[in-house]
Ligand binder design. Structure first.
Ligand SMILES: [Zn+2]
Length: 354
């Protein structure tokens, strides 16, 4: 059987060696000309030859190593920036790659069904030495090529910020609203970062976003015709804020609504009068040291808030966020710490769910 049929027409097998650990196939390029990858002009002027040593799909459970004597050509286009280019083997072996495309595909399919480290160990048994990191790299490279193609046709997206490190580093996540899958993660949540992304994706027609102006600005600067929609979560949050503000505006300054659970009712048997008391909340013996410290802080916040009468000023005075102040001034008892049981990696998960 002529093995040449398994290789591109311009590659001719020179020799095949069956070594102890691999099969070595030496090939020689017989290309008469090749198109410049930059300008596309075909060139027949050979500059030199060079050796490529990619791995190929295994034969009879033995890994295959190729040794390809490839060519370099001069670009004949005087206006082209590339003077010399290496020969391309389209559909068989991509430039700068150390695996043939068919072997990359095998690795890719396997990597979708197991972890990179498990695949690395599996491939080692087949004679291919590939680290988990190298396999992840392959996966990312192929994934990003496919992602770039898919992202060019995005029309409906959702955008929101998230933190890489809580309260410190923030990024932006962009989701495709048709597939409900994230399509991009930006390293920042700035207007500029989202604007640059939008400029590269002119097909976008609709964006659901949060209430902050960061993303709105980017949309206005890039394409004001994009329809902006407040997402459901932020829409309900808007509604809740307005309801709270409306109710609060009906009470004197410094008053806030307390949860019913913090109020106890006692009936005096002598007078038959019901006495309503707010729970004594100055100290809680059952609290841990950390919880007690937190509760002291909450009481301090409430004290300052009652003095200054404004969330903004309380936050400024205590150097806290307004969200924290707004949350803590409503508490009438220490927040309950719900500790999640640690998942024991040696116990099957279903046994821990009972
Ligand atoms: Zn060229």
């Amino acid at each position: 059987m002529n093995l040449n049929v398994f290789f591109p027409e311009n590659l001719m097998i020179q020799s095949i060696e069956n070594n102890e650990h691999k099969i070595l196939i030496c090939l020689k390029s017989e290309s008469k000309f090749n198109p410049c990858p930059l300008c596309g002009m075909k060139s027949h002027r050979v500059h030199s030859t060079y050796l490529r040593k990619p791995l190929d799909a295994s034969i009879l459970n033995k890994p295959v190593q190729l040794r390809i004597q490839a060519k370099k050509f001069f670009c004949l286009n005087p206006n082209c920036k590339r003077q010399i280019f290496t020969e391309r083997f389209t559909g068989f072996l991509n430039a700068y790659r150390r695996l043939t495309i068919r072997l990359e595909e095998v690795f890719l399919q396997l990597s979708l069904s197991m972890s990179a480290e498990a695949l690395s160990r599996f491939l080692f048994k087949l004679g291919y030495k590939r680290s988990g990191d190298a396999l992840l790299d392959l996966l990312r490279r192929i994934d990003s090529t496919e992602k770039d193609i898919k992202n060019q046709s995005l029309t409906h997206i959702g955008v929101d910020d998230f933190s890489f490190r809580r309260g410190v580093d923030f990024g932006t996540v962009i989701c495709d609203l048709e597939t409900h899958r994230p399509v991009e993660i930006l390293a920042s949540r700035s207007t500029q970062a989202f604007k640059e992304w939008l400029e590269k994706h002119p097909s976008v027609e609709l964006v659901t976003r949060d209430r902050a102006t960061t993303y709105t600005k980017a949309i206005h600067l890039t394409n004001p015709n994009i329809i902006q929609v407040a997402d459901k979560w932020h829409f309900l949050k808007n509604l809740l804020t307005v309801v709270k503000e409306t109710i609060s505006s009906r009470f004197p300054k410094g008053w806030f609504i307390m949860p019913e659970s913090s109020i106890t009712k006692k009936t005096d048997p002598a007078t038959d009068i019901t006495i309503t008391n707010v729970n004594s909340i100055s100290s809680h013996e059952s609290l841990s040291e950390k919880e007690q410290a937190k509760w002291t802080l909450i009481l301090e916040i409430q004290k300052v808030y009652q003095q200054v009468g404004s969330i903004r000023q309380t936050a400024r005075q205590l150097k806290l966020s307004r969200t924290t102040v707004a949350k803590y001034i409503q508490l009438s008892e220490p927040p309950k710490q719900i500790r999640k049981p640690r998942v024991n990696q040696f116990v099957p998960l279903y046994l821990t769910l009972a």
